[in-house]
Design a protein around this ligand. Structure first.
Ligand code: PMV
Length: 304
């Protein structure tokens, strides 16, 4: 049975600015994952055509009935070409996920990477992380026109990365585990729309985008060393600039302020913004209880 697993990701620094060549820092979240696996049809199943069952995107259909403009269909056609398959496998592709969708945690890229890995496992093909990442990147482009590549890189390699579009990336070694809370406003937001809006106001945003890049540059050694005070301070500054480029919203601002008031050293939105998730950093694990309690109180859902 071919199987593929991919983690979620959270962007610690640099979302949006990373689209314009500024550096970004992201880490995988292995506590929440997407799993794709090939299952045989049961004897009781009437159908024998390649079938996809993905409750996360509300898909339960034969492959032939799925419209060609759906990114998942494009991905599978690409994989069949790569693997020289003339026919799709007569199996069920089951896709299960604990990653909230359209919420800034990379659910789309995680779905792609899990499916790619499941196909390569099913057909005993050896593809490395870089090849998996580049296939996932092609599909990211069909989700939103100008992705930076940060999502697919972090999720394919499954490690913390310092990433710069057009220049490549480096895997970061973190000295210590961050006491990071990830929580959801419950508001779904469409990455492509937010990215496009930032682009439409590029002239006004340009200086802020550079400022976000400088924050990510400064944050890198702090993240590697686990300098919580410096990371927290820079997270707060990063959130302020994200507000300035107009990708925050009332709920995200309330959430980061609440987290800070209840002991977080730093807090910011993560991902595209205008809803979705945010992150809060605590100095010690014991501080996390109070912060989480305050976030639940304002209606946020704790993811991690
Ligand atoms: O919301 P997500 O998980 O798709 O993250 C988007 C991150 C952006 O920087 C806004 C876009 C990108 O392509 O890097």
């Amino acid at each position: 049975m071919g199987i593929g697993i991919a983690p979620a990701k959270t962007i610690l620094f640099g979302e949006h600015a990373v689209v314009y060549g500024e550096p970004g820092i992201a880490i995988p979240l292995w506590e929440i994952t997407t799993t794709a696996s090939f299952q045989p049809f049961r004897d009781s199943d009437r159908k024998r055509d390649f079938h996809i069952h993905s409750p996360m995107i509300g898909l339960d259909a034969d492959f032939s009935d799925i419209p060609v403009n759906l990114p998942l269909k494009k991905l599978i056609i690409r994989l069949m070409n790569l693997l020289h398959l003339t026919e799709p496998p007569a199996k069920i592709l089951q896709i299960e996920s604990t990653i909230p969708i359209a919420s800034g945690l990379g659910s789309g890229a995680a779905c792609s990477v899990a499916v790619i890995r499941a196909f390569f496992d099913e057909y005993h093909s050896n593809f490395d992380d870089a090849e998996i990442s580049s296939i996932a990147f092609e599909i990211e482009k069909s989700y939103h026109g100008s992705p930076s590549g940060l999502d697919n890189t972090t999720i394919s390699f499954g490690k913390p990365v310092y990433f710069q579009k057009g220049k490549g990336f480096e895997i970061l070694k973190l000295d210590s585990k961050l006491n990071l809370i990830v929580a959801d406003t419950g508001i779904q937001s469409v990455t492509s729309a937010v990215v496009q809006d930032v682009r439409n106001h590029y002239e006004q945003n340009q200086a802020f985008i550079r400022a976000i890049g400088i924050i990510a540059e400064k944050a890198r050694p702090a993240v590697e060393k686990g300098d919580v005070q410096e990371i927290g301070q820079l997270m707060n500054e990063n959130h302020d600039y994200l507000k300035k480029i107009n990708v925050s919203c009332y709920e995200l601002d309330l959430a980061v302020e609440t987290a800070r008031k209840h002991g977080a050293i730093g807090a910011k939105l993560t991902g595209a913004g205008r809803g979705g998730n945010f992150i809060a950093l605590a100095e010690k694990p014991s501080d996390m209880i109070e912060i989480k309690k305050s976030l639940v109180h304002i209606g946020a859902k704790i993811i991690l």
